[in-house]
Design a protein. Structure first.
Ligand SMILES: NC(=O)c1ccc[n+]([C@@H]2O[C@H](COP(=O)([O-])OP(=O)(O)OC[C@H]3O[C@@H](n4cnc5c(N)ncnc54)[C@H](O)[C@@H]3O)[C@@H](O)[C@H]2O)c1
Length: 296
């Protein structure tokens, strides 16, 4: 079990949407919460609302793409609350443009904020988690990382979110001996400010910030046409998974059938192709290309 009450949590992207829901729920369950966000005013508003409700919270401006900014954020939390036990690497941004039309800055930003941002955040807090011998890292990935066909025209975002899942699964194995666990939260549709906010939180070195709603292609908007949860409804479910050290949280029942279709098709197609290859070329031990099955 991962304890939440009495622990210190950091939530990146805590100023809005899913992160705001997590920050409020963490405080409601008795954690001290550091709300970190590139939009400092939003982080301050969330921390103030938590304090007004009787919880403990501080707000910090932080760009998760920037390691110096993350180190400063961590130092400020250490000064206010001491070491962190619960890390919610949630900050992210989206893009629904065809890859061929995206600029270098577009692609770099999406990969940096969604994948490197989680990596940077996890690495900053790892030494303290290990030293404390307890804790949890929960990264907000996406169903887009597991179901590439769910949202078309979403290539760098899907790649980054799939990367988060690999990162959390592998890191979970590395950290198990230290009593630390990891979770990939894979939202499948939560009503947040992402469409309106997205351009505003683009860092200057990737060509931001800007204004205006994120552009959604017709194919993507059809895929997105289902019921959305609210962040406050989903947060207790995510924290329950964290408490029970579950590796994944899937929040949307509509995606169950899609998931089953995708993965049974992948398994069948891949193994059928491999069986057919072995049948033509002999067993792997005997094949002329020297492939060997080695113990793993
Ligand atoms: N809403 C959904 O349906 C959905 C689905 C799948 C995944 N997600 C993921 O959930 C996470 C939260 O998104 P949301 O839907 O709540 O959107 P949101 O726009 O409401 O929140 C994103 C937050 O991240 C912050 N942020 C962005 N770039 C940052 C940076 N460089 N450094 C620090 N903070 C930064 C923003 O300021 C904002 O407060 C993201 O990782 C997103 O990819 C959301």
């Amino acid at each position: 079990m991962t304890e939440i009450t009495g622990r210190t949590a950091v939530v990146t992207g805590g100023g809005s949407g899913i992160g705001m829901g997590l920050a409020r729920e963490l405080a409601r369950q008795g954690a001290r919460v550091a709300v970190a966000d590139i939009m400092a005013d939003k982080a301050r508003a969330v921390a103030a609302a938590i304090r007004e409700a009787g919880g403990e919270a501080i707000a910090l401006e932080c760009d998760v793409c920037d390691r110096t900014s993350i180190r400063a954020m961590k130092a400020a939390i250490d000064g206010a609350f001491g070491p962190v036990q619960l890390v919610f690497a949630n900050a992210g941004a989206t893009s629904f443009d065809p890859l061929v039309e995206m600029s270098d800055d577009d692609v770099d930003w999406i990969l940096q904020v969604n994948l490197h941002g989680v990596m940077n955040t996890a690495r900053a807090f790892l030494p303290d988690l290990i030293a404390g011998g307890e804790g949890h890292i929960c990264a907000t990935a996406s169903m887009a990382g597991l179901l590439p066909g769910w949202i078309p025209v979403h290539a760098p975002y899907s790649a980054a979110k799939a990367g988060i899942i690999g990162l959390m699964m592998n890191l979970g194995l590395e950290l198990a001996e230290h009593g630390i666990h990891t979770t990939s939260y894979c939202p499948g549709g939560v009503a947040t400010g992402m469409k309106d906010n997205n351009a505003r939180y683009r860092p200057a070195r990737f060509g931001g910030p800007g204004e205006g709603e994120v552009h959604v292609t017709e194919a993507s908007s059809v895929a997105h046409n289902h019921d959305f949860y609210t962040p406050q409804a989903i947060a207790p479910m995510v924290l329950d998974a964290v408490r029970h050290n579950r590796s994944f949280v899937f929040d949307h029942p509509d995606q169950r059938a899609h998931f089953r279709r995708t993965y049974s098709a992948v398994v069948e197609a891949c193994y059928d192709a491999a069986d057919e290859w072995h049948a033509r070329h002999g067993t792997p031990e005997a094949n002329p290309h020297g492939a060997r099955l080695v113990g793993v």
